[in-house]
Every structure is written in structure tokens, then in C-alpha cells.
Design a protein around this ligand. Structure first.
Ligand code: AMP
Ligand code: MG
Length: 407
């Protein structure tokens, strides 16, 4: 394929739609996993409650279970302490009139009791309990099914398994869950100039920083990416390595070598040994982003500039990973006010680095970092979000509400 047949840059929205469609075509299977290992995974089944929560009426407090009808309207009431009912122990006794029972938090309510009075509000003497007036009927009882009714759907297919959701499954007695498989990801960094941190630099060389960036971003997604040693700008070496990886991994991510330079071999390689879905997206940074497929793998060619890696990862790689895992639940969306005015130098969609902070008025603001060039790694390190500055607009007043992508 001639690379000149790929001149058109597509809009970010279009790129995102292609990414989502290709991910959908290659959705990963599900697997049954023990709940102790499912955190961060995408649920591949609906969870229907096999029991109610609470499963039985139980005490909300440490105190005494009693019959509200026994209590005197105006003054104190003396009740006989008939026994004890602790959590985990089911005595299954009924309370006779004038009796109460010592009870702990979570213990089943004895039959015929309808109210709990807390320990701190009563006085105990010689096997008797003195209850002051004013106890509300039904007080401090947690009713069976008030949280979850047996048979109710409580977790949806495609949602993210957070600790709270996993613990809900555990509370329902569920020991394993069907989750989407994790994509396997191969990571390549390319460039004759790259040297491993810890070694010494010759003139003209730089340290490979993108590998750590990419590996960290992928691990933050809960993946276990595999990184190759740096590839030189040698088309034969790149071809061998990429074709190897593409035969075994779900996703191949490269960085560098996707622009129009003499040593940018990746678009032509992908065109020859795979298929290009798009090359070049109208966004800044990250414009030369390359996407396609090769053998078993979806192929993402990220530009080499560090901030381009960050922006394309968040804007396009993350949606691909979500799609492959059939994640339906959207990412949390955040918007904030620009704390200072900003002028773009172009009309393109821009992902600018910024720092989120709450003002004394409680309003979330984002402070753009003036170092907006795509090699300014320090600005990215000093920020915590990408500010989405939409297409077509160039001037943004201070106070404009903008979407931010937290990283
Ligand atoms: P390229 O897209 O290969 O032309 O690279 C664009 C810029 O990113 C150049 O300045 C490269 O030196 C730099 N670069 C490429 N790969 C890396 C990397 N792994 N770590 C740090 N900088 C890189
Ligand atoms: Mg390069």
C-alpha cells in the first residue's frame, strides 16, 4: 500500500468511533474467576441476589431486644432479662411478656421482640432491666431485605468490579464471577537515540522514558503488559519483532516512528503486513497516531513525544482496552473551570496538561500548564489531568467550564 493514500487526518470523534468498533469486533471471552482476584475486572454477567440482605431481622446496636407493648407510656419500665442472643448464635427463643433479651449488633431478633434499646440508655440491676420512657417502637432493628431483596439484579454486565461491588457479591455468598478476559499487551519503544536509564549517554542520545510511561499507564488499568527491549530504527528488526508479537498478543503498542521522518517505518510496515484503520488524527498532541491490525493483534502506533504518548493513551488506547473487555460503564466524567484564560495556537482539538484544585469557594478549577509542547514531560508530571479544549474554538476565557481527563 502506498502511504500517500493515507493523507487525510480524521477527526478525534471519528477515530474514537473506529477504535470502539474494532474493539467490539474483537471482544474478549469471559472467564470464571474467584472473587478474591476480580478487582478491577469488567463483569461479564448480571449478578442476581440469591439471598436477601440482611438475610434476617437483626439488631443495629448492642443492647436489649424487647416487646414495645411492655413499656409504660410515661415512666420507667422494669423488664426481666431472660437470656442473651449474640451475633452468629441463634438461640431461637420467644420473649414472654415482661421479658427482654441481651443482644449484640447483627444478632437475630428473638421471636416476639419488636424493638431494640441500646445499652447506653438503660440500667441493669439484679437480672432486671430498667428502661426509660421514649423508646420508639421498632427502634434499632435492621429489617430482612431492606438492602437487597432475594431475586433482585444488583450488578450489571459490563460494569467495573470495585471493592464495594465485590464485597456485595461476597455478602450474597457468591464465590466466583464471570469477568471479561484481560487483553494481553506487547509494548515496543523504537528509536536509534534511545538508551536505558542507568547507562551513560553518548552525544545525541536520550533516555527511554516512554517505556515506563506506557507500562505504568497499562498497569494502572490492571493489565500485565510485556515490554520488548528498545528497537532500533531498522525496518527488518522492527518487522520481525512486531510480527512475532502480533501472532501472540491481543494488542501491540509501539511508540515512535509513526510520523513523516526518514526513519518512521511503522505506517508502511503496518500497511504491508497488516491493515491500517487510520493514521493521523486531528488532535494535539498525538496527531500522527496510527491504528490498525496485524495478525491476531490490534495495533496502536503512538507518536514518540512523551506527552503525545500520554494523550493518545488516555484519549484512544484506554477506550480500546475498555471495548475489548466489553466495559459498558463509562469512565467518571469530570469538568472544571479554567482558572486562567487560554489561547490555542490553532483550531484543532487539544489535550492540554493542567492541575486540578478546589478554590476557597468550593469550585473545582483546572490550572493550565503553559508548557504545552509535546516534549514537555515535566509539565505532564506536574499536572494531573488533560484539559479537553474543543475543536474550532481558539480563545477560552477564565472560568470557562471544560472537560478534564484525570490521569
Ligand atoms: P519519533 O516519533 O520517533 O520521531 O519521535 C518523536 C520524538 O519523541 C523524538 O524527539 C524522539 O527522540 C522522542 N522519543 C521517541 N521515543 C521515545 C522514548 N521511548 N522515550 C523518550 N523519548 C522518545
Ligand atoms: Mg523515532
Amino acid at each position: 500500500m502506498s502511504m500517500s493514500s493515507f493523507p487525510e487526518r480524521i477527526a478525534y470523534k471519528e477515530a474514537l468511533a473506529i477504535i470502539r468498533a474494532k474493539a467490539c469486533e474483537r471482544k474478549l471471552d469471559s472467564e470464571l474467576i474467584a472473587i478474591k482476584r476480580v478487582d478491577g475486572r469488567v463483569l461479564a454477567q448480571e449478578v442476581v441476589a440469591p439471598i436477601s440482605l440482611p438475610a434476617f431481622d437483626n439488631s443495629r446496636m448492642d443492647g436489649f431486644a424487647l416487646r414495645h407493648a411492655d413499656l409504660a407510656a410515661g415512666g420507667n419500665t422494669d423488664l426481666h432479662i431472660a437470656g442473651e442472643q449474640f451475633a452468629g448464635l441463634h438461640v431461637d427463643v420467644a420473649l414472654a411478656p415482661g421479658q427482654c433479651m441481651r443482644i449484640t449488633t447483627g444478632a437475630p431478633i428473638p421471636r416476639d421482640a419488636d424493638t431494640v434499646v441500646i445499652k447506653e440508655n438503660v440500667r441493669e440491676r439484679d437480672g432486671m432491666l430498667e428502661v426509660p420512657p421514649g423508646v420508639q417502637p421498632g427502634a434499632d432493628i435492621r429489617r430482612a431485605g431492606e438492602d437487597v431483596q432475594s431475586g433482585e439484579a444488583v450488578l450489571e454486565t459490563g460494569s467495573l468490579l470495585t471493592p464495594a461491588r465485590i464485597s456485595l457479591a461476597a455478602a450474597l455468598g457468591i464465590a466466583s464471577l464471570a469477568v471479561s478476559k484481560r487483553p494481553t499487551v506487547a509494548v515496543f519503544t523504537t528509536g536509534d537515540e534511545l538508551v536505558e536509564p542507568g547507562l551513560s549517554l553518548e552525544p545525541g542520545q536520550i533516555y527511554n522514558s516512554n517505556r515506563e510511561l506506557l507500562m505504568g499507564l497499562l498497569r494502572n488499568e490492571g493489565l500485565e503488559p510485556v515490554a520488548w527491549p528498545t528497537l532500533p530504527d531498522d525496518p527488518a528488526r522492527i518487522e520481525t519483532a512486531l510480527r512475532d508479537a502480533a501472532s501472540a498478543f491481543d494488542v501491540v503498542i509501539t511508540c515512535g516512528g509513526v510520523s513523516a521522518g526518514e526513519k518512521d517505518y511503522l505506517p508502511a510496515l503496518l500497511g504491508e503486513y497488516g491493515e491500517i484503520h487510520f493514521w493521523k488524527v486531528k488532535m494535539k498532541p498525538g496527531m500522527p497516531m496510527l491504528f490498525g491490525q496485524m495478525d491476531k493483534a490490534l495495533f496502536l502506533g503512538l507518536p514518540g513525544n512523551p506527552v503525545s504518548v500520554l494523550a493518545t493513551f488516555i484519549a484512544l488506547v484506554r477506550p480500546l482496552l475498555d471495548g475489548l473487555q466489553s466495559r459498558v460503564e463509562p469512565r467518571v466524567r469530570v469538568s472544571a473551570q479554567l482558572s486562567t484564560a487560554w489561547n490555542k495556537q490553532h483550531e484543532r482539538l487539544e489535550f492540554l496538561r493542567g492541575l486540578l484544585e478546589y478554590g476557597p469557594d468550593g469550585v473545582l478549577r483546572v490550572r493550565p500548564n503553559a508548557a504545552d509542547a509535546s516534549h514537555r514531560l515535566r509539565a505532564a508530571a506536574g499536572s494531573d489531568a488533560l484539559i479537553v479544549l474543543g475543536e474550532g474554538v481558539q480563545h477560552f476565557d477564565a472560568g470557562t467550564v471544560v472537560e478534564v481527563l484525570v490521569y
